[in-house]
Structures are given as structure tokens and as C-alpha cells.
Write a protein that binds this ligand. Structure first.
Ligand SMILES: NC(=O)c1ccc[n+]([C@@H]2O[C@H](COP(=O)([O-])OP(=O)(O)OC[C@H]3O[C@@H](n4cnc5c(N)ncnc54)[C@H](OP(=O)(O)O)[C@@H]3O)[C@@H](O)[C@H]2O)c1
Length: 263
């Protein structure tokens, strides 16, 4: 492993649930000191209390749609924890609605939470990250590699993350390393929390998410890739194959995707 996370300060957004909560558990096992951020403070406190060394970690409520708070939050992390070694831009929201039905306000909200939020937080944390020759881990999606039914704004927000963070990583290559993570279907509450055309939580659990990759396995793959400083990692089921089919057989990819049912 190129990276050792022992005693490192790792800031995880979206830590109240799913992949973020499991990242907290596994990074703690690797010896890290954690900053746990999301909107659901009770969920963050419950997670912290269940970790092995709760006093090592900081709960820091954060709304990714409120970027005006980020400079102050970065100062809090530096004052309380001393440094920022790793920022995991994980928090995000999905979508379950056709583009034609989705209110433009909902498109903007998804872009704010999934794209502008991580971008603004990274800019605020950048001086501290560069000082510690730190690492950015960005949770994108296979939907950041190709568009899919009912995911127009979500897919756009994830594509945008690749453009921004790959550019940033080039500019800061001497003092920052980047791992882009592209999960396929992982068994979390993502579909339940996904926004419908009006911007409300769909409250529907997709059956193919329940049968998706267990979150523990997904996070083990993320930690291994980040530890090895891989620039990109994909994980999930057969949906991940579509990324390679698109790259090498684009015409066949289009035929294949048109046969997929919206889900
Ligand atoms: N599960 C999958 O199949 C899958 C596949 C590809 C990519 N991903 C990506 O993985 C990441 C984590 O998703 P998950 O699967 O773990 O889903 P999840 O269980 O719904 O977790 C989403 C997390 O994002 C946080 N979040 C949502 N809106 C936020 C906001 N405005 N401000 C701050 N935090 C916010 C939520 O916390 P609060 O509600 O407490 O704020 C929650 O902790 C997301 O970026 C998602 O796009 C997931």
C-alpha cells in the first residue's frame, strides 16, 4: 500500500448512511481519525457512538447545498483535528424521474448537492489538503460514465465530477492525489432517498439495489484502491461491464442500452 491511514484525519461527507457510514467504520479500523458530516446529526452521533474509539472522531453537520458555510467548517476541522489528510466527497442524492417531467429546480438541486457542493468543499479544504500532501476520494457512479433512464440530472452531476476533479488532479499533481470511485448497484438507501420529478424522496426501494453489492464489499474495494492511489476504480455487478462495452463497442452499447428497462 502507498497510503497508510493510521492517525490520518479523514473527512467523510454523507457519513450518516450507506457507503459513507461504512467508509467511517472501515477507515476507523485502519486507524484514522474521522470527521463525520451530513445533515442528519442524530444519525452521525449514533454512528460515532458505535465506533470503537468515539472520542477520536468529530461530528460536523454539513448541508452540501449550503456552500457558504464551508470555509467556517474547514476552520473548525483544522482547529479540532489539526489537519485534513483525506477528503471523501461521498454525500449525494439520486433521481427517479424522466427528464421531461423533472422540474428545473430539481435539476439544479441535484447539481448543487452532487456537483457544486463537493467542488466548493474541496476548494475550501484545498490549502489544508495540499499542506498534508493529501488525498481526494470522490464517489461518482457508473452513471458518471453513461446516461440512463430516470437519471438525467444525476448522471449529468456525476459526469461533471469527472471533468472537475480530473482537471484539478492534473493541476495539483505534486501535492494531491485523486481516486475517482464509480459504483454500480450497491445495497444502500440510495433509491429510497432519490428525488422524484417534484424533488421529493421517491421512498421506493429498487429491487436491483437490494440485490446489489453489499456495502461492506464496496467499501473494502474503495479502501484498497485508495490505499494504492489508483486514479479510478469501478465496482458492482454486471452493470459495470457497460462502461467497458461503451468504450470498446459503442454501437453495440447503444443497442444494449435501448433494450434496458427504466429502473
Ligand atoms: N448505492 C448505490 O448503488 C450507488 C451507486 C453509485 C454511486 N453512489 C453514490 O454513493 C454516494 C453515497 O450514496 P449511498 O448509496 O450511501 O446512499 P444513501 O444511503 O442515500 O446516502 C447518501 C448520503 O448522502 C448524504 N446527503 C444527501 N444529501 C445531502 C446534502 N444536501 N448535504 C449533505 N449530505 C447529503 C446523506 O445524508 P443526510 O441525508 O443525513 O444529509 C447520506 O449520508 C452518493 O454520492 C451516491 O451517488 C451510490
Amino acid at each position: 500500500m502507498k497510503r497508510n491511514y493510521d492517525n490520518k484525519v479523514i473527512w467523510i461527507t454523507g457519513a450518516s448512511s450507506g457507503i459513507g457510514a461504512e467508509l467511517a467504520r472501515q477507515f476507523e479500523q485502519a486507524g484514522a481519525r474521522l470527521v463525520l458530516s451530513a445533515r442528519n446529526v442524530n444519525g452521525l452521533n449514533e454512528l460515532k457512538a458505535k465506533l470503537k474509539h468515539p472520542t477520536k472522531h468529530l461530528v460536523l453537520p454539513l448541508d452540501l447545498a449550503k456552500s457558504e458555510t464551508f470555509v467556517g467548517l474547514v476552520s473548525t476541522v483544522i482547529n479540532e483535528m489539526g489537519s485534513i489528510d483525506v477528503l471523501v466527497n461521498n454525500g449525494g442524492v439520486s433521481q427517479r424521474a424522466n427528464a421531461r417531467d423533472t422540474a428545473i429546480e430539481v435539476d439544479r438541486e441535484i447539481m448543487e448537492v452532487n456537483y457544486f457542493g463537493p467542488v466548493a468543499l474541496t476548494k475550501a479544504a484545498l490549502p489544508a489538503l495540499k499542506k498534508s500532501c493529501g488525498q481526494l476520494i470522490v464517489i461518482s457512479s457508473v452513471a458518471g460514465k453513461f446516461g440512463f433512464h430516470l437519471r438525467s440530472a444525476y448522471s449529468a452531476s456525476k459526469h461533471a465530477l469527472h471533468g472537475f476533479f480530473e482537471s484539478l488532479a492534473l493541476e495539483e499533481k505534486d501535492s494531491l492525489c485523486l481516486t475517482m470511485v464509480c459504483p454500480g448497484k450497491i445495497n444502500t438507501s440510495i433509491s429510497f432517498n432519490a428525488l422524484n420529478a417534484k424533488g421529493e424522496a421517491s421512498q421506493i426501494i429498487d429491487s436491483n439495489h437490494i440485490s446489489g453489492m453489499p456495502v461492506e464489499k464496496c467499501v473494502r474495494i474503495i479502501l484498497r484502491a485508495a490505499g494504492r492511489e489508483k486514479s479510478e476504480v469501478l465496482m458492482g455487478g454486471k452493470e459495470v461491464l457497460a462502461v467497458y462495452i461503451k468504450r470498446y463497442f459503442p454501437a453495440f452499447f447503444r443497442v444494449l442500452m435501448r433494450k434496458q428497462k427504466p429502473a
